[in-house]
Design a binder for this molecule. Structure first.
Ligand SMILES: [Zn+2]
Ligand SMILES: [Zn+2]
Ligand SMILES: [Zn+2]
Length: 355
């Protein structure tokens, strides 16, 4: 965050008692107004990973610096909020949404608002100070996916909550404020507009053709091969035909499934390898870029859907979204996805290699 803005925020911003959701009455997009977020610390940019890493609240031994854990995979005899964990989930200290309270949906003339009820959690992916998920072992990455699944299954029980968005920000340009490898989960009481757009488009295709468009995409990409980055027994990673960003990469399960939380063990086993491979390729080919990944899945309160298919989208932050994109929703991508895929496919990585 801009330091002039932070100075302004600390002096002038009066906190709202709780976060608020407000709906744009024209396009139906919801905005979260969460004043506490402005108080987040700036990323300790110049901090080298070594001696100062002791100050990192996500490292094992620093558990007292974080809120109490919600879930941790840990050694059988180790105590909560003490070392001995492998993957640990904590509430975000500066949440965009809060879990207590009711939605209190209300209208004000043409405007709609509700309380910002939801969850904002941080998944700390490893106990040691590792900045890159690509350096984690495949088994470690699998456990991260199991943790994602466990959290969605748990939050699903709360009827106020409708959508769970799992995502990762790496690097300044991608919005990360701490370097220790972590991801986040924000659970909202409404379906986010980007997901709704995908679901509506997929539903229209299904109504017309009677098939899932994502399943068709897997079939077509496998037959043309030119956009494939990695093909494994359970997943296909490829650069989408209409990639918005250079080196945008999607990971789709080959078997149809609408909800990430219903993932099978054989798929998680494979996915640990797939994600590590893609992240390593990206690091080598693009020199450790800032990036985001997101998991698009179905709303928590929906039954299995024939038309929607969960997937992971990985977006390296190599270009900036500027005026034209903001103004139009068009993206200008300087790298044809066929070339991006070819380059990543040809980039060799050794999964067994130590960092
Ligand atoms: Zn750390
Ligand atoms: Zn499908
Ligand atoms: Zn998507």
């Amino acid at each position: 965050m801009n330091s002039a803005f932070l100075a302004y925020a600390s002096e002038h911003l009066r906190g709202l008692p709780i976060p608020q959701l407000r709906k744009d009455p024209i396009v139906g997009r919801w905005v979260i107004i969460a004043t506490d977020r402005a108080k987040r610390p700036l990323a300790p940019k110049l901090e080298a990973p070594s001696p100062q890493a002791k100050l990192c609240p996500f490292c094992a031994g620093q558990e007292a610096k974080t809120p109490n854990e919600i879930l941790a995979y840990r050694k059988g005899d180790s105590e909560p909020n003490k070392p001995g964990w492998r993957v640990r989930v904590i509430p975000n200290k500066f949440p965009a949404l809060q879990i207590e309270g009711d939605l209190n949906k209300r209208g004000e003339g043409i405007y709609d608002r509700m309380n910002g009820i939801g969850a904002h959690e941080v998944i700390i992916e490893c106990p040691h100070h590792e900045m890159s998920m690509a350096n984690l072992s495949e088994e470690n990455i699998r456990e991260v996916f199991w943790v994602y699944r466990d959290r969605l299954v748990d939050l699903k029980k709360d009827r106020r909550l409708v959508y769970g968005m799992l995502f990762k920000n790496v690097g300044d340009a991608a919005g990360a404020s701490l370097e220790h490898s972590h991801s986040q989960l924000i659970v909202t009481p409404i379906v986010p507009v980007n997901v709704k757009e995908e679901m509506t488009g997929a539903q229209e295709f299904f109504d017309y053709r009677g098939r899932c468009i994502f399943c068709d995409m897997v079939t077509q990409e496998l037959s043309t091969e030119q956009r494939i980055v990695l093909d494994t027994p359970h997943f296909l990673a490829f650069a989408p035909f209409a990639s918005r960003f250079p080196f945008e990469t999607w990971i789709l399960p080959k078997a149809h499934g609408s909800h990430f939380e219903n993932i099978h063990k054989s798929e998680v086993d494979d996915l640990g390898t797939v994600l590590k491979t893609i992240l390593m390729k990206q690091e080598v080919a693009l020199d450790r870029p800032a990036y985001n990944y997101i998991i698009h899945t179905s709303p928590l309160d929906s039954q299995p859907l024939a038309h929607y298919h969960w997937h992971i989208e990985i977006i390296p932050r190599l270009t900036r979204v500027a005026g034209f994109e903001w103004g139009t929703g068009f993206y200008i991508n300087p790298v044809p996805p066929e070339q991006a895929a070819g380059f990543l496919r040809a980039t060799e990585v050794d999964l067994a290699q130590k960092k």
